[in-house]
Design a protein around this ligand. Structure first.
Ligand SMILES: [Mg+2]
Length: 276
């Protein structure tokens, strides 16, 4: 797999910037969660996933389910950048009658499943991957979970099933930012040590800096999982890219003031300048 890492890093900043605008203009959004996983979505949509806006129902397409559905603003901007949503519709985010609501909505091309009720994405992805295996299809299935989401028991039922059925065609990613809506994940419901737990459940586990594009791409590209499902533990920073939002649980769901918006735009522009 050849990748232009720098171009992807630039794309991730562009998506962060557009997402921050979307939250500001829509007056709602899971801002910190969006920014946390921007590099993961960029790697997936601009390098890894075999998906095409011109043929969204292609039976051989890869499947991506964003189990952490609250971080939908980054998904809307990513799908728009991939041509699944046109820019004019993107501007309707959160408005009355818009399809672009505060959770992934499968009325929109490219959305496989309505999510946001946490703990369901991995189970459905496991079923899709099992169907692909039984039908001898070549598509792959990917799902992104939050670390706070791991408190849901259904995640661990799916973890067990995916290993049981040897679903090497399934890759899960944990956006491991250490925070959730009400504080630190280790304080709310400690799911550590993540690596050892997923290994014990029969998964091949790769741990990376989830805000490092090269590390993410290498993890997606790796085929060392044999017959096991692959887990990528992506260690991320919640609110990544906006200095005053980084590592702040309070930015889980927050809309910037005018002043904060201007500051964030300036910070994104500086990051884009540095990537020129
Ligand atoms: Mg989290």
């Amino acid at each position: 797999m050849t990748a232009d890492v720098k171009a992807l890093e630039k794309k991730a900043v562009e998506l962060r910037k557009r997402t921050f605008q979307l939250v500001y203009e829509g007056k709602t959004g899971h801002t910190g969660s969006d920014l946390s996983c921007a590099d993961i979505l960029t790697a997936l949509y601009f390098q890894v996933l075999n998906v095409d806006a011109k043929n969204p129902e292609n039976p051989n397409r890869d499947r991506y389910i964003q189990s952490k559905g609250h971080a939908v603003e980054i998904l809307w901007t990513t799908l728009a950048a991939k041509g699944f949503i046109d820019e004019a519709e993107l501007n309707t985010f959160s408005q009355f009658k818009s399809r672009l609501i505060g959770h992934p909505n499968n009325q929109v091309d490219g959305i496989e499943m309505n999510t946001g009720s946490l703990g369901h994405g991995l189970a459905v992805s496991t079923g899709i991957a099992l169907a692909g295996k039984m039908d001898q299809k070549n598509y792959k299935t990917y799902t992104l979970m939050g670390d706070g989401e791991l408190a849901e028991g259904s995640v661990w039922e799916a973890a067990m099933a995916a290993a049981n059925y040897k679903l090497k065609n399934l890759t899960a990613i944990i956006d491991h930012n250490g925070l959730q809506i009400s504080g630190k994940t280790v304080d709310v419901m400690n799911s550590e040590p993540l690596k050892e737990k997923w290994q014990a459940f029969g998964w091949h586990v790769i741990e990376v800096d989830g805000n490092n594009m090269a590390e993410l791409l290498a993890a997606f590209d790796s085929d060392e999982n044999g017959e096991k499902p692959k887990m990528i533990i992506a260690n991320t920073i919640k609110g990544k890219g906006v200095s005053f939002a980084e590592n702040q649980a309070g930015w889980h769901h927050k809309v910037p003031t005018d002043e904060q918006y201007q500051q964030a735009m300036a910070e994104f522009d500086q990051q884009l300048e540095a990537l020129k």
